[in-house]
Design a protein around this ligand. Structure first.
Ligand code: EPZ
Length: 418
């Protein structure tokens, strides 16, 4: 298992470019199953989660090559409609193949994801929506078994604006006869990217990026070449690394319009932020971090995936902060680790109450999920002295070549394989 040895307390300075979005790429990969032929996806981050999704698609029969950030997915010979537990338990987003498999084969057998470090993450909305489209759904030995002779366009109201359910239902509805309305759909940029690729493939989808999405079926789709949007979560995390260390960094290849609330919040916290075309510069020289409360919400609200790194940032802000996660009330495993570095945080229900300290001190800390790991890497970069960041495989799931990017900004960080 790899760990990072970090000498903290150095301001990060310089310019780097961001990667393509993991959470946009994963559903795009699943969408390749909706057509027969070679789908080409560019700007793909080379991450463990992308490799896991590639394994899921290989089980289904796809031929996949990932080289220099480009995925070639040949789905001509797909002849299997199952996603096994061994892969789905490693990465819940594997569940994205359910909709496309139903659309392509009229049947699917996909493992239920099971437990998650973020707390309970049910898939009931995916299943309820599929039933409304006419799927017969049962659970057998931990697997969702879906059968659909004929799918029919329907009005589906999601109780929660779930990203995964919106994506899965959008893809399944492409095989239904008639129009499907997804009401209270997720508006996240990753959903817009998926809908845009599906439209480029020949689908008719209206309203993506709003709470009412209409899908016209049945659609006959052709393979396309597509470029993934920049990773808004990586962008914000790297900008916070600049802010928490009191440095100045410029990030290129990013979409500031996907980060409006975050950029407002970090300016409010005292950072000087400059946005140009596809770059964002953050400057903390001569500035002090101030406390800014956040409550996570669905897009365009403050993303839950930025809550753990924001908690690290606020640990070093002047004053008291309250951070509330309304999406995943249990997503606070980073808190006790931040406390080991000297942060003063008290967790109650779904909120972290922080009393800012003027410095953190290096220690050995343990990553427990992708974004908790991001929180800890920020805190250890800011902490004085040496830290050991354990279980960095969580970072490898979601942040492409993170140690190289941070080292290019002047961080003293070393990967140690044991
Ligand atoms: C996506 O997960 C992201 N994953 C997550 O990123 C992100 O945290 C989450 O959206 C919220 O923004 C990918 O895009 C691959 P949801 P998803 O369905 O689609 C509840 C990361 O670190 N819910 O929008 O699984 C659910 O429990 C990851 O990169 C139901 O109750 O999230 C949660 O409270 C982690 N029933 C809320 O909705 C359902 O059927 C939002 O979940 C589905 C969801």
């Amino acid at each position: 298992m790899d760990r990072f040895a970090i000498e903290g307390g150095r301001p990060l300075e310089g310019k780097i470019s961001g990667s393509g979005s993991k959470n946009a790429t994963l559903p795009l990969m699943a969408a390749s199953l909706l057509t027969q032929g070679v789908t080409v996806i560019r700007n793909v981050p080379e991450l463990q989660d992308i490799r896991t999704m590639a394994m899921v698609l290989r089980v289904i029969g796809a031929d996949i090559i990932l080289e220099n950030g480009t995925l070639n997915i040949d789905t001509s010979r797909c002849n299997f409609w199952e996603a096994p537990y061994e892969l789905v338990r490693k990465m819940r987003a594997s569940f994205y193949v359910l909709g496309p498999l139903i659309a392509r084969f009229g049947k699917a057998r996909v493992s239920l994801p099971g437990g998650c470090a973020l707390g309970p993450r049910p898939v009931d909305l995916h299943l309820k929506g599929l039933q409304q489209l006419g799927c017969d759904i049962s659970i057998d030995s931990g697997y969702v078994v879906a059968k659909a002779r004929k799918l029919k366009g329907s009005e589906i109201r999601l109780d929660i604006a779930s990203v995964g359910a919106t994506g899965n239902l959008m893809m399944a509805a492409l095989a239904a006869n008639g129009v499907t309305l997804i009401d209270n759909a997720a508006c996240e940029p990753e959903i817009v990217d998926l809908a845009s690729m599906l439209c480029a493939m020949g689908a008719e989808i209206r309203g993506a990026g709003t709470p009412q999405v209409e899908v016209v079926g049945p659609a006959y789709l052709n393979p396309v070449e597509w470029t993934v949007i920049p990773d808004r979560i990586e962008t914000a995390t790297l900008l916070m690394a600049g802010a928490v260390t009191g440095g100045r960094i410029r990030l290129t290849g990013c979409r500031s319009d996907h980060l409006t609330i975050f950029l407002d919040k970090i300016k409010e916290a005292g950072a000087d932020v400059k946005v140009e075309d596809s770059s964002v510069t953050i400057d903390m020289h001569g500035r002090k971090l101030g406390a800014v409360d956040v409550t996570t919400a669905v897009y365009p609200g403050f993303p839950t995936d930025l809550q753990p790194p924001w908690t690290a940032l606020m640990s070093l802000a002047e004053g008291d902060t309250v951070i509330t996660d309304s999406i995943y009330p249990e997503r606070f495993t980073h808190v006790p680790e931040l406390v080991r570095l000297g942060a003063r945080i008290h967790k109650k229900v779904n909120s972290a109450y922080i009393k800012g300290v003027d410095h953190l001190t290096g220690a050995e800390v343990m990553c427990s999920d992708i974004r908790a790991a991001a929180s800890l890497i920020l805190a250890t970069l800011a902490a004085e002295g040496r830290s050991n960041l354990m279980r960095v495989y969580h970072l490898d799931r979601g942040y492409e070549r993170i140690e190289e990017k941070l080292a290019a900004l002047g961080a003293k960080i070393q990967r140690i394989s044991e």
